[in-house]
Ligand binder design. Structure first.
Ligand SMILES: [Zn+2]
Length: 209
């Protein structure tokens, strides 16, 4: 089971390069009901990460399996697992358009029904220095009603029931962030109203089942 989750982290670590440039961000996953959290290490780019580089940590961040230092955003990952016990994965990236909105301190309203994959909107967490408990607290604070958040002057975080869900959400949020930037460049987007986005959210719950 440990091997499966580490392999999945390696697979999605490679895919992180599709979302951004440079180190690609960081990601983690845990099995339902299990104590250990598996996280990408610091100092190795996500796309170059191998199975043995993936670290198993406890809920306090202590390394239990593997050698090396966990991602510099370990506190952010831990805070999300604490505040959202139902989630199984966290993805953090500096994808271009989501980060553009984050630099403008713009949350993303319901410009497109796909926003509903995350919540009624994609909220913005106020700025705090990367890798700090303050950042972790601010981000988990705005993610009680949303599976995604923009981090002011920093990037994007998504959560999901597993890595596939969290990664897919990061891709979709990057897409709607791009739409939002393009809409704002041309005019003022027409927003879905609350009942329309709630309807989309409801439909996502049963979609494909
Ligand atoms: Zn970051």
């Amino acid at each position: 089971m440990h091997d499966d989750i580490r392999k999945a982290l390696v697979v999605y670590g490679k895919k992180m390069a599709e979302l951004t440039v440079g180190s690609g961000g960081n990601l983690s996953a845990r099995c339902p009901g299990k104590k250990l959290i598996w996280i990408s290490p610091t100092g190795i780019e996500c796309h170059a990460m191998k199975t043995d580089d993936v670290l198993g940590i406890d809920t306090e961040g202590k390394v239990e399996v593997g050698s090396g230092k966990p991602s510099s955003e370990i506190l952010l990952h831990l805070a999300l697992y604490r505040s959202r016990p139902e989630i199984g994965a966290v993805v953090h990236t500096h994808s271009t358009y989501a980060t553009t909105c984050a630099c403008l301190h713009l949350e993303i309203p319901a410009i497109h029904y796909l926003v509903g994959l995350a919540g009624e909107k994609i909220p913005l967490a106020p700025y705090a220095l990367f890798g700090t408990a303050e950042l972790a607290e601010k981000v988990s604070g705005v993610m009680t009603e949303s599976d995604a958040a923009l981090l002011a002057n920093h990037g994007l975080v998504t959560v999901g029931k597993n890595l596939a869900a969290a990664f897919n959400l990061a891709q979709q949020v990057e897409f709607v962030a791009r739409l939002y930037c393009q809409c704002l460049a041309i005019g003022k987007p027409k927003l879905l109203d609350r009942s329309q986005i709630q309807q989309a959210r409801q439909k996502f719950k049963t979609y494909g089942r």
